[in-house]
Write a protein that binds this ligand. Structure first.
Ligand code: ADP
Ligand code: MG
Length: 272
C-alpha cells in the first residue's frame, strides 16, 4: 500500500556554510514535497545547491533553518536512514575500494540492511542485479575496480542499488562522467528501478534535456532556491522563469528542435 506521507517534505529549508562575511548560503528557504514513487529531477547550474540538498536528503548534513522530514519524521540515525535511502554519486571509483573484488563489495553492501539475506540469497541477488544492468556475472568474476571502465563502474553502482533495493534513490549527476551511450542506458535503468521496484528517485543533473525524459516533476534551482517546478512538458514547453529559459538554451539545438516538435511519449521504451 502506498505510504500516505510524502517521502520528503521541506518547509523553509536553508543551509548556510561558514559565518559572518564568509558565509555561503547554499540553500535559501526551499519548500517542497516529494511523493512516494515519484521521479523528481533537480536541475540547475554548478553551485546552485543541488548536492547540498541531496546530502540533506541522505542525512549527511542538516539544515541550518527550516524543517526537513522523511516520511513525516526528522532524519535521526544516518545508518538507519541509509537502509531506505541510498545514493548513486558522480564518481563510481570513489565509491568502491580498489583492493577488493567488485563482487565481494556488492555482497558486503548487504551489511547495511537490518536483516542480512542468507549467503545463497546474496549470491542470487548479486547475479540478478548484474543482469539488470546488462552484465553477465562471469564478466566481473574476480575483477577489481581498476580493471573496469568508467561506464562499467557506473553500472556497478546501479547494480548495487538493484541488489539492495532501497525505497529511495538519490542519483547525483550519475551520468556526467560517461559517454552518451552509457548515459542513455543509465536513464533506462533509472526508469526500470521505478517500474520494477516502485522506487522513489531524486535525479540530479545540470541537463534539463535529460530531466525531461525521466521525470514526473522537475525542480529548477538557482542560487539555492527552487525558482520553478512542474511537470516536464510544462516546464520545458512553457518555462516561466528566466533561469529555466537559460537552461533550455544550453541544451544542444538538435535536441531542442526535437523537444519543441514532439508529442510522442517522453518515456524511454522498455529495457531488457
Ligand atoms: N561543505 C561545504 N562548505 C562550504 N561551502 C559549501 C560546502 N558544500 C557546498 N558548499 C557551497 O554551497 C554551494 C552549493 O554547492 P553544491 O550543492 O555542491 O552545488 P551543485 O549544485 O553544483 O551541486 C556552493 O557555493 C558551494 O561552494
Ligand atoms: Mg553537485
Amino acid at each position: 500500500m502506498p505510504n500516505e506521507k510524502p517521502v520528503f517534505s521541506a518547509a523553509g529549508v536553508s543551509r548556510v556554510f561558514g559565518h559572518g562575511k564568509k558565509a555561503v548560503t547554499a540553500l535559501d528557504n526551499v519548500s517542497f514535497h516529494i511523493a512516494d514513487q515519484e521521479i523528481v529531477s533537480l536541475v540547475g547550474g554548478s553551485g546552485c545547491g543541488k548536492s547540498v540538498l541531496a546530502k540533506i536528503m541522505l542525512g549527511l548534513i542538516t539544515p541550518t533553518a527550516g524543517q526537513f522530514l522523511y516520511r513525516g519524521n526528522p532524519i535521526g540515525d544516518a545508518r538507519e536512514h541509509w537502509r531506505e535511502v541510498q545514493p548513486v554519486f558522480q564518481d563510481p571509483f570513489s565509491c568502491f575500494n580498489q583492493f577488493f573484488s567488485i563482487r565481494s563489495q556488492l555482497k558486503a553492501s548487504f551489511g547495511i540492511l537490518n536483516t542480512r539475506p542468507s549467503r545463497r540469497e546474496m549470491e542470487e541477488r548479486v547475479d540478478h542485479a548484474l543482469r539488470a544492468v546488462n552484465i553477465e556475472p562471469p564478466e566481473i568474476e574476480g575483477k577489481y575496480p581498476f580493471e573496469l571502465s568508467g561506464g562499467q563502474m557506473q553500472r556497478m553502482l546501479l547494480a548495487r542499488i538493484f541488489a539492495l533495493r532501497p525505497r529511495v534513490l538519490i542519483a547525483d549527476e550519475p551520468t556526467s562522467m560517461v559517454d552518451a551511450c552509457v548515459r542513455a542506458n543509465i536513464l533506462d535503468y533509472l526508469m526500470k528501478l521505478k517500474e520494477e521496484l516502485g522506487m522513489t528517485i531524486v535525479f540530479i543533473t545540470h541537463d534539463i534535456g535529460l530531466a525531461y525524459y525521466v521525470s514526473d516533476r522537475i525542480f529548477i534551482m538557482h542560487h539555492g532556491r527552487i525558482v520553478e517546478h512542474g511537470p516536464p512538458d510544462r516546464v520545458t514547453m512553457h518555462p516561466e522563469n528566466e533561469h529555466t529559459v537559460k537552461l533550455l538554451d544550453d541544451i544542444p539545438s538538435i535536441h531542442k528542435d526535437w523537444l519543441s516538435r514532439t508529442n510522442v511519449s517522453r518515456k524511454p521504451g522498455a529495457v531488457h
